[in-house]
Write a protein that binds this ligand. Structure first.
Ligand SMILES: *Cc1c(COP(=O)(O)O)cnc(C)c1O
Length: 224
């Protein structure tokens, strides 16, 4: 029952307009079903094989988000069903997502991942790399993907000011892209905030938070 209680507590503490992605990586299907029965419909996974297996056996009205680092050669496995890919950080990957989306006669929604943390290990684009991507003539030919926003991960630290300033940076990248380059109603998501920092993220304009341990409890296997 803890999962349902956690979800209820979290939902009471966030604006109703904030989308909640339940990050279920490493967790058994029974845990996802407990969240499902509490009304949760958006789940996030960061491993292709695990996502495919869970999608096959769980209810079909679940919206699946891929939140990990996606390798181009694995896009084909999730292209038939994935609802949002959070971690797009290259034109090459976007081209492959477009190709696989076309094969499945779909348009796949994607977020550009930005590198906002001080840790080198985290993935993501710089603003100038993102500009190069969206100004590339190849990008303009892609008909089966839709960039619907940005995603980023703050540094893993106790320093709230640092986390806040990294989220502000992501927010400013979003505003720049939306106002100057990607006008239109569909560019609207800022995916930022995890269990430890989602309250700050919401204060800084997050529209979508990705929570794992605060819903499902600690993971015993490192996801990274
Ligand atoms: C694991 C993960 C999360 C959730 O982390 P928690 O700290 O358990 O909430 C969110 N986003 C990404 C990209 C992740 O890999």
């Amino acid at each position: 029952m803890a999962i349902q209680e956690n979800l209820a507590r979290i939902k009471n503490s966030i604006p109703s307009s904030t989308k909640l992605v339940a990050v279920s990586k490493t967790k058994p299907e029974a845990d996802l079903m407990e969240a499902y029965h509490a009304g949760q419909r958006i789940f996030g996974e960061n491993k292709v094989q695990e996502l495919v297996a869970k999608q096959e056996s769980l209810p079909k009205d679940i919206e699946w988000h891929f939140i990990g680092h996606l390798q181009s050669n694995k896009v084909k496995y999730i292209a038939p069903f994935v609802d949002l890919i959070h971690g797009v950080d290259s034109l090459k990957l976007l081209v492959e997502i477009n190709k696989q989306a076309l094969k499945n006669n779909r348009i796949i929604n994607c977020l550009l991942q930005f590198h906002i943390a001080s840790e080198q290990a985290k993935f993501g684009l710089t603003m100038s790399e993102a500009m190069n991507l969206i100004n590339d003539p190849i990008y303009k030919t892609l008909q089966n993907i839709r960039l619907v926003g940005v995603m980023g991960m703050a540094t893993y630290t106790d320093d709230e000011n640092q986390i806040r300033s990294e989220f502000k940076t992501l927010r400013s990248f979003f505003d720049t892209l939306k106002n100057e380059h990607l006008q239109g109603n569909s560019f609207e998501e800022i995916s930022m905030g995890m269990s430890a920092d989602y309250k700050i993220a919401i204060q800084e304009g997050s529209t979508m938070i990705r929570l794992g341990s605060s819903i499902f409890g600690a993971r015993f296997k490192s996801p990274f």
